[in-house]
Design a protein around this ligand. Sequence first.
Ligand code: URA
Length: 207
Amino acid sequence: MDVKIVEHPLAAARLTAMRDERSDSPRFRAALHELTMMLVYEATRGVAVTEYGIRTPVAAATGYRLGNPPVLVPVLRAGLGMADAAQAMIPDASMGFVGLARDEETHEPYAYMESLPDDLAGRHVIVLDPMVATGGSLLRCCEMIAARGCTDIDLVSVLCAPDGIAKLESSGIAMRMTTAAVDPELNDKAYIVPGLGDAGDRQFGAY
Ligand code: URA
């Protein structure tokens, strides 16, 4: 899997705000919103564009629009805080939703919401999930997308752990990752270390 780590002073400052335990929910959400814009900007650097003719007030010029606007898929709940930012960057994008929870007996992720176009063949899908820890739920999401015929999947995440990247890579599903950092490890509760805590709780104040 191609993993692009966005190393930029402005991205690093937003990631720092998210990591800092003193950041309250409004500050955390604002930093996530701004960082998502930067990550989506990098993730879409190579997408195809269509040229069309426009006129400036002075002369004829060439205009550009996305050739194949993507489907954005925030993974509930933590990915919700990335949805507005990604759609602001790509106003022509459509949006699907995937909600995943962990089965208490099998510990495997299961989907409690799958709101996606039936046919994703030929579509570009950008999955939004801020944290890739074990990679289990993100992989389940990618399997659901691939099962609908998609072969063009971008993942946009704030933070990844090496275990999660390895799990996604071993799946055999073609995908690319754009992230702000890869942290060294997981703790015994599968939190990323040093990480930023629970990205859902920190956004929505449920702690
Ligand atoms: N999900 C989170 O929100 N935080 C982690 O550290 C791992 C998974």
